[in-house]
Design a protein around this ligand. Structure first.
Ligand code: B12
Ligand code: SF4
Length: 435
């Protein structure tokens, strides 16, 4: 038997800075060894629709949903059964079910083998209902499937899933139902030792969601002498033991959700961990991060109810002043099933019939709702302006001069100069593309 795993692109966009698709490598990892597996990544290669296969399995995130449904239709035209799974399918199963023979809800660890048995016996069910669970118990990611494809030289892996916070715009809380699920640290170490790279990306939603679990992980990482990046909440700065272990275990830096400099915005989005802070008060925390040499990828969401064009401009100034290594200025987007989506729906503020991810007129990075204090077009324009300015050549040359982070040593300087031009190019190219 043979299965084909597919990672869909956003629209027809060919990405020049792709990371390996962990969801599919993990799925292949818990596939029995007698099943042949092929993997195609639509972001960087054509899909051979006519190649023989017994099942096509596509992972779906919201931005790539339209493209995933298109790919599914091509295979089904040829009589090949298709199963869809992933975050978007889990949040909107009824929508996904219209585009596939079968859908898989939630995490696949416990039920994937049953799906394959059903395919073997020609009895694929329309719905499989998994549940949130510990990542990849007793299995390793099938990294051999990534070979020969042009991925960035960084290996993705996962320690835990879920997050203890409840930010109103975030899809993660709805998916994991507030729980958090940790992999045995020994298995994480085994996963790291099973591959050659020394630069790793823990894709956990919030690596320090459970502080004690994170400390236990960091202790075991120290002897491995790796470099790693992840995503973590700003409250890491409250715990010196945690941040010391983080640094010692090889942390280069984290994506940190600052979201907004405005306290009222932070209250309304329920960003509890940032609430003790404000525009000036982020400073002590940033100093701590800098003292430990951590390079910050600052993430902001623009378009909250107290945002104005001026406050967006101030957010840009804050990011430039703090010489962040990278920054994401995401247009706030209503992801289905989130509290934000429900609030905007109740207030009749959603654009594109409330389904921007399927709407033919929606474009990447455009506002999909009516902001409170500016027009949707103004929000789109301001968000693109700050993204362009932050990623301009002048800004790249200015931000590099932080001696405690970007110029702390050759390694951190290397990270800075390698990835800033890539992100600059992608920012400019991706704006406004079709989904
Ligand atoms: C790593 C990551 C990235 C990486 C991408 C890595 C890569 N390979 O290219 C980076 C940082 C580049 C990134 C970028 C973006 N991301 Co991202 N990302 C993640 C993150 C943190 C982890 C995903 C992951 O690898 N998990 C580990 C794997 C093992 O778990 P999994 O994907 O859930 O898969 C399991 C199950 O879902 C299931 N499953 C998954 N697919 C399938 C398919 C089948 C057939 C079956 C049976 C089962 C199955 O089985 C797996 C094992 O149990 C998630 C958050 C999350 N918790 O999902 C956000 C997330 C997926 N990203 C999101 C977004 C919005 C983006 C961006 C659009 C952000 C932006 N504005 O630019 C971009 C665009 C991505 C793109 N396609 O180009 C959103 C998607 C929202 C949604 N409702 O779909 C998420 C959920 C974050 C969030 N908090 O809302 N991202
Ligand atoms: S801290 Fe991050 S992962 Fe956790 S709920 Fe908030 S946005 Fe989502």
């Amino acid at each position: 038997m043979k299965i084909t795993l597919i990672y869909p692109a956003i629209g027809k966009y060919l990405d020049e800075a792709c990371m390996e698709p962990l969801s599919l490598g993990a799925l292949a990892g818990f596939t029995p060894p007698d099943v042949e597996v092929a993997l195609y990544d639509d972001r960087l290669e054509p899909i051979p629709y006519d190649e023989e296969t017994d099942l096509v399995a596509i992972t779906v995130q919201i931005y790539a949903a339209q493209r995933a449904y298109e790919i599914s239709a091509e295979y089904r035209k040829r009589g090949v059964p298709v199963i869809l799974g992933g975050m978007h399918v889990t949040l909107l199963p009824q929508e996904a079910a219209e585009h596939a023979d079968s859908i898989f809800i939630s995490d696949a660890e416990k039920l994937w083998v049953e799906v394959l048995e059903d395919v073997r016996h020609d009895r694929l069910k329309p719905v499989y209902r998994g549940e949130p669970c510990i990542p990849q118990p007793d299995t390793l990611t099938r990294r051999d499937l990534y070979k020969g494809k042009k991925y960035l030289p960084i290996s993705l892996l996962q320690f835990g899933r879920g997050c203890r916070f409840v930010c109103s715009f975030c899809a993660v809380t709805s998916y994991f139902n507030h729980g958090d699920y940790y992999r045995d640290v020994k298995q994480v170490v085994r996963e790291i030792e099973s591959q050659d790279r020394k630069l790793l990306f823990f894709v956990d939603d919030n690596l320090i969601s459970n502080v004690e679990a994170a400390k236990a992980l960091f202790r075991e990482l120290i002897p491995l002498k790796i470099h790693w990046v992840s995503q973590a909440s700003i409250d890491m700065t409250k715990d010196r033991e945690l941040i010391t272990l983080m640094e010692k275990s090889g942390c280069v830096g984290n994506v940190i959700g600052f979201e907004s400099l405005d306290r009222s915005n932070l209250i309304s989005m329920k960003k509890a961990q940032n609430l003790t802070t404000g525009y000036e008060a982020y400073q002590p925390q940033l100093e701590i991060l800098r003292d430990y040499g951590l390079q910050t990828w600052a993430a902001f969401t623009l378009g909250h109810d107290h945002d104005t064009p001026d406050s967006i401009e101030r957010t840009l100034e804050f990011a430039l002043k703090n010489k962040f290594t990278f920054a994401a200025f995401n247009t706030l987007l209503p992801y289905p099933e989130t509290p934000l989506y429900k609030k905007l729906q109740a207030e009749d503020r959603l654009l594109y019939d409330g389904k921007w991810w399927l709407h033919p007129d929606y474009r990447y990075n455009h506002a999909a709702f009516r902001p409170a204090l500016m027009s949707a077009d103004k929000l789109t324009e301001m968000a693109y302006y700050v993204r362009r300015t932050f990623n301009s050549i002048g800004s790249i040359l200015q931000r590099v001069t932080d001696l405690k982070t970007n110029m702390r040593n050759l390694y951190r300087f290397g990270v800075y100069v390698t990835y800033n031009p890539i992100f600059r190019k992608e920012t400019l190219k991706k704006q406004g593309i079709r989904l």
